[in-house]
Design a protein around this ligand. Structure first.
Ligand code: GUN
Length: 278
């Protein structure tokens, strides 16, 4: 029987800490969120981000732009927010409509306001071990591990998925925590064998039921980053929870594991940005 890592409870604890810190500041940290188009999931995420800011006493504003917005219109808004003194963090919700160059948009954000940690400057700083911001979902995973008393140093860590948002940065952060890290992806030979070597297994694939019990060693820590809809329409992760949970020592549920931590780490980055400004 695994211990369930309660991301909701850990997230609530960190938000209480953030709220306390914000209440003592002279400046109110401010976050601007930009949403282009009408992707339903993105609207939900953005609503949750705004509510989270309110919960910890931060200022936030959401810029809803129509799907036909041009790239130069979007860049113009980002430029304005880069100069706006009450805004310390800028987040452009992804994905963007296909006619907008995502990379150009990310690069246009002032690196000092890049609370997603997507700008190449911040990715570089993270990679050399001198981060200003930590990418939100990977930072959330590291908090879940440390607040559950799970040591990374010396452990065999296997990351499945190599996205810029999760796979690559969590691999770097586990490496900085002295884990022995393997990154697996769609071209990996004998994925099950690689996964079985893991003492800490992180799955960021985005496919329901992808991690089956035969891919997990007894006693492994299993971190599920997936947010998928199962065949029954219910929210689920990448991991076959019912089959894997009895083998694992610790496991994150979906929902209620990594998910709640992502926004909490965004709030933390906004606080870091605001502190740097003063
Ligand atoms: N879309 C899905 N995840 C994220 C995220 O972490 N940040 C942004 N900006 N967009 C996303």
């Amino acid at each position: 029987m695994a211990k369930i890592i309660d991301g909701k409870a850990i997230s609530a604890q960190i938000r209480a800490e953030l709220r306390e810190e914000v209440s003592k500041m002279n400046t109110k940290p401010g976050l601007a969120v930009i949403l282009v188009g009408d992707d339903l999931a993105s609207h939900t995420y953005v609503r949750n981000k705004k509510a989270a800011c309110e919960e910890v006493g931060m200022y936030s504003e959401v810029h809803y732009l129509p799907g036909e917005t041009t790239e130069s219109e979007l860049l113009e808004l980002i430029e304005k927010l880069n100069r706006d003194e009450k805004i310390h963090g800028i987040l452009v919700q992804l994905p963007l409509p296909a006619h907008i160059n995502e990379s150009a948009v990310i690069k246009s954000i002032d690196p000092g306001k890049d609370v997603d940690c997507f700008h190449p400057y911040n990715v570089g700083r993270l990679t050399i071990g001198e981060p200003v911001f930590l990418p939100c979902t990977p930072a959330g995973i590291m908090e879940l591990l440390s607040r559950s008393g799970i040591e990374v140093a010396g452990k065999r860590c296997v990351v499945v998925g190599r996205s810029n948002i999760v796979g690559k940065p969590i691999a770097i952060m586990l490496l900085h925590a002295n884990g022995t890290v393997t990154v697996c992806h769609s071209k990996t030979k004998d994925l099950a064998e690689e996964c079985r070597r893991a003492e800490i297994l992180v799955s960021a694939v985005g496919r329901a039921g992808f991690i089956t019990a035969d891919m997990v060693s007894t006693g492994a820590v299993v971190i599920d980053v997936g947010i998928n809809r199962g065949p029954d329409g219910k929210l689920c992760g990448d991991v076959d929870f019912a089959a894997v949970e009895p083998k694992a020592s610790y496991i994150t549920p979906v929902p209620g594991g990594v998910g709640p931590m992502t926004i909490t780490m965004l709030l933390k980055n906004t606080l870091v940005a605001a502190k740097q400004r003063v």
